[in-house]
Design a protein around this ligand. Sequence first.
Ligand code: URA
Length: 240
Amino acid sequence: MAEMIRLDKYLSDMGIGTRSEIKTWIRKGRVTVNQTVCRKPETKITIGLDRIYFDNHPIHYHQYHYFMLHKPAGVVSATTDNFSKTVLDLIKEKNVKNLFPMGRLDKDTEGLLLITNDGDLAHQLLSPKKRVDKVYYAKIKGMVTSEDIQSFLEGVRIGDYKTLPAQLKILHSDTISEIELTIQEGKFHQVKRMFQAVGKEVLYLKRLSMGGLSLDPSLQAGEYRELTDHEVNLLRKIEK
Ligand code: URA
């Protein structure tokens, strides 16, 4: 049987506003159900069947949310933290429950971070078995060389672990070099420790893409947007 929920819950699950804001908006006549204004927040809605509009915009119900965040430096990839601002503090849809970051970027790392409440998809994408490509841009202190390219291809030792083959592209080699690095795993401080292993220091780090999903260039640091259906499907393909 199709699932039924209250109209105010339907809209609040979709992150439109708080439950009390939504009740007010419904009573003011801003919501239609099947093209008729509905002023009763308690009205039962059949998900997938009833057509809900808010201020003339269709509101489709979906169980999960997926946000692409351009993580700025200075915020931690956690759901809560006693001292620092977290990536979830940047997400305004406060009433979307159980959001968490899909993986971690260091506090000083910027770039693509996915935020979701879809635990299954996150579990799959973060599984080392899936070998999802992650592409990073970095500024490195010192000259990055073709020997480094070779070392990363062969794998370097970080602690007692040998990294999988990684593709290093040198964009610019000088006293400060610029590179792009593609890795398929996500050990703690992996990129920084890989460069440490070849005697170099990462000065700046930004994640450009993950699993074929690139950071939207229109997002400034600290901004985010929902993934499109196409982008979610791209991630689901990896899941299989
Ligand atoms: N590697 C790092 O060293 N830091 C990150 O934040 C991500 C990858």
